[in-house]
Design a binder for this molecule. Structure first.
Ligand SMILES: C[S@@+](CC[C@H](N)C(=O)[O-])C[C@H]1O[C@@H](n2cnc3c(N)ncnc32)[C@H](O)[C@@H]1O
Length: 285
């Protein structure tokens, strides 16, 4: 049973609809959607005529994807997965989509601990689990925990651990609860990309970001609630010489460095992302 249109025709239709609908990266997104519909080798087949006489363009599915995309739903939620540091992660409603900026945090951990062996670590506010799952592959870890509070995000964390055959240990807990850090001691590394948007950011949020959970974005009126809470509660869970590594909003470096310093951390440093913006602050117990 075919619907009469070829994959190439449907691809062009998707591209036009996205362009008319004002999607900024309409070309790239049309390719990604077509790869979803016709396979990862879509681009090669398009160029080489590899679809032959196929008239099974799956036009209904394509138009449904376009409809969702034009209602500002993030493309990543529609296709259900996204790449981070060379690995695929399942994503969908209720979990933050991994961002390229967060790869800076991974690079930073490799720089700080790349030579160390038998590390015990925890990633706080794990979402998809992209940070601990990648760290497990890149560092010599003995054990790494991943802490997440919210049900939907926690399901994605479990799913991604399963799908990547990872040994990361998921824990469902509130990182801002006084009792949570007492379960962990002697850690060489704590990583965290917490919610860090401030009240003004949240009120001016663009349509696409409104599809992502507020619980993953809002860091209190000044955006710094989690940095204060985590430094106060979790520093004692680090071994002497252990590192606390935070992702930050690009204007928060000075404030977060101050919070870390007041919590007794030393050797505090800032690392920039690929676009030259402050993105990570780290410090040593
Ligand atoms: C900015 S997202 C980061 C997700 C992921 N680490 C990443 O980099 O893509 C923050 C995450 O913290 C979780 N979260 C928010 N408050 C929390 C809390 N009190 N305890 C545990 N997790 C929390 C949210 O559900 C969300 O998954």
């Amino acid at each position: 049973m075919t619907d009469g249109s070829s994959p190439a025709e449907v691809y062009r239709l998707i591209r036009e609809r996205l362009r008319e609908g004002g999607v900024e990266n309409f070309e790239t997104e049309a390719i990604i959607i077509s790869e979803e519909l016709y396979g990862r080798d879509f681009r090669t087949k398009l160029i080489t005529g590899g679809f032959g006489e196929s008239r099974d363009g799956r036009i209904k599915e394509a138009l449904e994807i376009v409809r969702r995309r034009l209602s500002s739903e993030p493309l990543q939620y529609i296709i259900g997965s996204w790449e981070f540091y060379g690995m695929e992660f399942s994503v969908g409603r209720g979990v933050l989509i991994p961002r390229q900026d967060t790869e800076t945090l991974i690079d930073c951990c490799i720089e700080l601990l790349g030579e160390s062996k038998g590390i015990e670590a925890i990633d706080l506010c794990s979402g998809t689990g992209c940070i601990p799952i990648v760290l497990e592959k890149r560092l010599n870890l003995k054990k790494i925990y991943a802490a997440e509070l919210y049900d939907e995000a926690y399901s994605y964390l479990q799913k991604n651990i399963r799908e990547s055959l990872s040994g990361v240990v998921p824990v469902k807990l509130d990182v801002m609860d006084e009792g949570s850090p007492r379960l962990f001691s002697g850690l060489q590394l704590i990583t965290c990309n917490p919610p860090y948007l401030d009240g003004e950011d949240i009120r001016g949020l663009q349509a696409e970001l409104r599809h992502e959970p507020r619980s993953a974005l809002y860091g209190g009126e000044d955006g710094l609630d989690y940095y204060r809470g985590i430094c106060r509660l979790w520093t004692a869970s680090l071994a002497p010489g252990g590192w606390l590594v935070f992702e930050i909003g690009c204007s928060q470096a000075e404030a977060v460095a101050g919070i870390m310093s007041r919590a007794g951390l030393s050797e505090i440093g800032v690392k920039k992302d690929l676009s030259g913006k402050d993105r990570v602050v780290y410090g040593k117990r």
